[in-house]
Write a protein that binds this ligand. Structure first.
Ligand code: SF4
Length: 941
């Protein structure tokens, strides 16, 4: 048969499908969509489905899903892409459809559980939701009444509730109680961007780019995987070239036009060398830089004796960055200097159509990693690619955050258990230091919520977390809100089953491209039942009817809990949970979203009316709404006359001020929005860093990482461990119950260059011991050319474990382990057995054919907080050796006393508040769940 013939010859007679290979059921038939039952083939038996949109819960990208709800069985048959979703456009990665595994997991937690033995002992009993809510509400009420506000903490992983839902709850309680995982994730990159333009993320416009410069492997494996990936492909198909800077030969790197395999931590040196080429070869946009960069402030502050002209600035700039020669960058990074020059010239040629992206990896791996993001944005600024078509926008321009009803005022409260004085510029909470802060007696917790978060497993130094969580004098009550079992849930007092992607509400909006959209996650079974005429007060009632136990809708949990904290309204909390439509009565979840869609999403009421729908029904039907398309160059937006009225313009800086706040900047005599920085311009020079005692880093620069080559003694067998890379098929900690995903990915070997493998006399499959500063782990080797010599790498997605044979961990993905404290502070984990087939209501569980569960490396990492961004610096200096006779695959040893010493060593690098004016933190910087301005000041001595 010829290669170009289709398998079925009849296909030759078929017309090409309208719209190419993409094919979706038309939305006017979503209420009753018919397909043949494949299990009945060759008979043609029709099945009827209600197609209900929702949002994937498996990463932050918030892609649209379309749930096919079988109308007879009231079960989700499958999830496909939602073509009406502007970000994902009907497409998903493997993790989207695998949501089906997660909701049908035979081991999922269906009812609330309370521990009945000691914490961590693994004894559980079923309790009612009323018991849980009453107990937690009473403890919260007491803490608030006794002024122990900082003893209530909500610690969130991702995703969901990005759009301020929970801020409403915590601010109504009057607390500064939000803790997040961000400083083990993206704080480094965020800091670098924020010092440039006030906003904390990049939003690349890949599809219109001429050149795409990616740090790390985000296309296939990371942030916004699917929405970015499809647009990078669009860009490539239109002729854009791609450069990937990544130590490891990632899938993305393997498809790129340029791959620079750099020594981890040297990325800023490479980027600054590119900046140097742009400057020396005049490949930059002088007009853009002159207009939008705060060069005048820089000269004023740092070179007051020189002529204060743009020409002087360019001279200084060329001189300053002249030290970053391609040869210097090559020496630091190991990359080919000619390729650095070639890529720089491509960047220059791309001009305003240069799209760039960095998220974790280099920015999250290294001491000073935030300067990687700053150096990358420097390139975008030099070529004028800020907010342009094909360029890179600040994230907030491509995100829409609607206002909910009745926002409580921000509290005058500051929680130093998260926002510690030593880290005044930390971009998010110092969450991963919590066990050490508790150990030092800085505070304690009355009620701790871990919410879709697994710090014992995800964070570095997880055994210090276990020590803290099992100490009831430090943590009074721990409620774990989670759709699945996790290593952290095991050490909780309550395990509370929360809904998955198709069982909850959330409003989502992400910077996937140059537009603003909102997506609506919703409980599809409840909706399908309501379409059949059923009515429910709470979503869990619908779940019960559909056979889903008592899985709660999370918004309803917070409403119900808040109501019970303040049942008579005397604490001023209850009013924020009353219906905007039925005064004095408890808000229903429908009413909450109805109000938002009616009142704070521009264009939605009109779009809905044009289809004869209410705004809520429109969102229930389509699951997403495009608020604005083609959003570019918002910094040029003229201030409106009513904004300008009553404002003043600073004669020196041209900043436009009103009521004590800066609202814009005068450019060419016109008042425009600019950027939310102190100068309202792009800040090449950060006076903030100077004022907060980091003058040496006030401009984009290169900070030698803690894993710089100088700190690694190869002669002693030391190497660098890169532990941050993702697999495209897994999620950190929520995908353990996705059988399709674990069948594909269930190993995380140590990637090692052949030269290193030869030196260590190991081959692929051999065991090695990887020694860190506080312990070691034992893993298999994968010898490859795709890794830089001297560096080893291990994916952070594998190594899940459980402590009981048939309970407390997803058996598709966890190894059964023995975890012992062999001496005070000295912990040893040994695998009893790997993944095994098991009997369950899902016949696939008895067909499991893989044994490997991977190795849990994060346990062996000390905390390494960057003193400026607060980011945990993930890369490790390690000693790798051939495993000894006593070593077993999966072994982990950790000394938590050493871990505390390492914490103290890194703490020494910090430069504590107060800052100017007795501030804890610069007022202009973003702070999540921002408290009242008064809270930013330290108490006077
Ligand atoms: S990229 Fe994949 S995991 Fe992330 S939201 Fe989209 S479909 Fe889900």
């Amino acid at each position: 048969m010829k290669d170009d013939l289709p398998l079925n010859p009849q296909a030759l007679d078929l017309d090409e499908p309208v719209g190419g290979l993409a094919s979706y059921p038309p939305s006017d038939r979503w209420d009753d969509w018919t397909e043949y039952d494949p299990t009945q083939w060759p008979k043609k038996v029709e099945k009827h489905y209600s197609l209900i949109p929702t949002i994937c819960f498996n990463c932050e990208a918030a892609c649209g899903l379309l749930a096919y709800v079988d109308k007879d069985k009231m079960r989700v048959q499958k999830f496909e892409g939602n073509p009406a979703h502007p970000g994902s456009r009907g497409r998903n990665c493997a993790k989207g459809p695998a949501t089906l595994n997660q909701i049908n997991d035979p081991e999922r937690i269906l009812y609330p559980l309370r521990r009945s033995g000691k914490r961590g002992e693994g004894k559980w009993e079923r309790v009612t939701w009323d018991e849980v809510l009453d107990d937690l509400a009473a403890r919260i009420r007491l803490a608030l009444q006794e002024g122990r506000k900082n003893e209530i903490m909500y610690h969130v992983g991702r995703p969901g509730h990005e759009l301020i839902y929970n801020q409403r709850v915590l601010h109504a309680w009057g607390i500064d109680g939000h803790n997040s995982h961000t400083n083990v994730c993206s704080a480094g990159a965020r800091t670098g961007y924020a010092f440039w333009h006030g906003f904390d993320r990049p939003s690349p416009d890949h599809s219109k780019a001429r050149f795409i410069l990616l740090l790390s492997s985000h296309l296939e494996a990371g942030h916004y995987f699917n929405p970015h990936a499809q647009r990078i492909i669009d860009g490539k198909m239109d002729g854009a070239k791609v450069c990937v800077i990544d130590t490891r030969l990632s899938n993305t790197a393997s498809k790129a036009d340029y791959w620079l395999s750099t020594w981890p931590g040297s990325e800023s040196a490479v980027l600054l060398a590119m900046a140097n080429v742009l400057l020396q070869e005049n490949l930059f946009d002088s007009e853009f830089v002159q207009r939008w960069v705060n060069w005048e402030e820089y000269l004023r502050e740092e070179h007051p004796a020189k002529p204060q002209t743009f020409e002087t600035f360019l001279e200084v700039l060329k001189q300053t960055y002249g030290q970053y020669t391609p040869d210097f960058a090559a020496q630091e990074s190991g990359a080919d200097p000619r390729m650095i020059v070639e890529v720089a010239r491509e960047v220059g040629r791309a001009g305003s159509a240069l799209s760039t992206h960095v998220w974790r990896n280099a920015a999250a791996g290294n001491l000073g990693g935030w300067q990687v993001a700053r150096a990358l944005e420097f390139l975008a600024v030099l070529v004028g690619a800020v907010g342009t078509p094909g360029g890179t926008s600040p994230s907030a321009w491509n995100k829409y955050i609607p206002t909910p009803p009745m926002m409580p005022p921000p509290p005058n409260a500051w929680n130093e258990l998260m926002w510690a004085r030593e880290y005044p510029l930390a971009f998010f909470e110092m969450s991963f230091l919590l066990p050490h802060f508790l150990k030092e007696g800085r505070g304690k917790l009355a009620v701790y919520f871990s919410r879709v978060y697994n710090p014992v497993w995800t964070n570095p130094d997880g055994l210090s977390w276990i020590e803290a969580l099992t100490d009831e004098s430090k943590v009074g009550r721990h409620a774990c809100l989670t759709p699945t079992w996790s290593e952290t849930a095991w050490f909780a007092d309550y395990v509370l089953p929360m809904g998955h992607a198709s069982e909850r509400h959330d409003l989502m909006s992400q910077e996937t491209h140059a537009a603003r959209w909102i997506g609506f996650r919703q409980p599809v079974l409840r909706l399908a039942l309501e379409r059949q005429g059923k009515q429910f007060n709470f979503t869990y009632e619908a779940h019960r009817e559909a056979g889903l136990g008592e899985v709660w809708e999370e918004d309803e949990f917070w409403i119900e809990l808040s109501w019970r904290v303040d049942p008579d309204g005397s604490m001023g909390i209850r009013r924020y949970f009353e219906s905007p439509y039925r005064p004095g009565e408890k808000i229903r979840i429908d009413e909450y979203y109805r109000w938002i869609f009616e009142n704070s999403v521009p264009g939605l009421p009109q779009a809905a009316a044009s289809e004869g729908l209410t705004p809520l029904d429109y969102m229930r039907k389509y699951g997403a709404f495009l608020v604005e398309n083609d959003v570019y160059e918002l910094h040029r937006k003229a201030l409106k006359p009513d904004e300008v009225q009553g404002s003043t313009v600073d004669s020196l800086t041209h900043v436009v001020k009103k009521n004590g706040s800066s609202i814009g900047v005068e450019i060419d005599g016109k008042a425009v929005a600019g950027f939310p920085t102190p100068s309202r311009k792009l800040e090449f020079y950060s006076k903030t860093l100077k004022d907060w005692r980091w003058p040496e880093h006030s401009i984009p620069g290169y900070i030698k990482s803690h894993v710089h080559r100088d700190n690694i003694n190869a002669a002693k067998g030391e190497m660098l461990l890169l532990p941050t890379f993702r697999l495209p098929t897994l999620i950190h900690t929520r995908s353990g119950n996705a059988k399709w995903l674990y069948e594909i990915s269930h190993k995380n070997p140590v990637w090692m260059h052949h030269e290193d493998a030869e030196r260590l006399e190991v081959v692929t499959g051999d065991l090695v011991r990887v020694q860190t500063a506080i312990g070691y782990f034992v893993d298999r080797v994968w010898a490859t050319e795709g890794m830089r010599p001297g560096v080893v790498a291990c994916s952070h997605h594998l190594g899940r474990w459980r402590l009981k044979e048939d309970f407390g961990g997803e058996r598709w993905s966890t190894a059964l382990v023995d975890l012992k404290q062999v001496e005070p502070g000295k912990w040893m984990m040994r695998t009893i057995h790997g993944v095994q087939p098991f009997e369950s209501s899902d016949p696939d569980s008895s067909r499991i054919h893989w044994e490997d569960a991977g190795v849990h490396q994060n346990l062996t990492f000390p905390v390494q907080p960057d003193p400026i961004s607060g980011q945990h610096c993930w890369h490790q200096k390690v000693t790798v050796s051939k495993a000894g006779a006593e070593d077993r695959y999966g072994d982990v040893f950790v000394d938590t006393n050493q871990a505390h010493e390492e914490y103290q060593r890194w703490l020494q690098m910090s430069r504590a508040a107060s800052g100017p004016g007795n501030l804890r933190r610069p007022l202009w910087m973003i702070r999540v769940y921002r408290p009242a301005p008064e809270a930013f000041y330290l108490p006077s001595k």
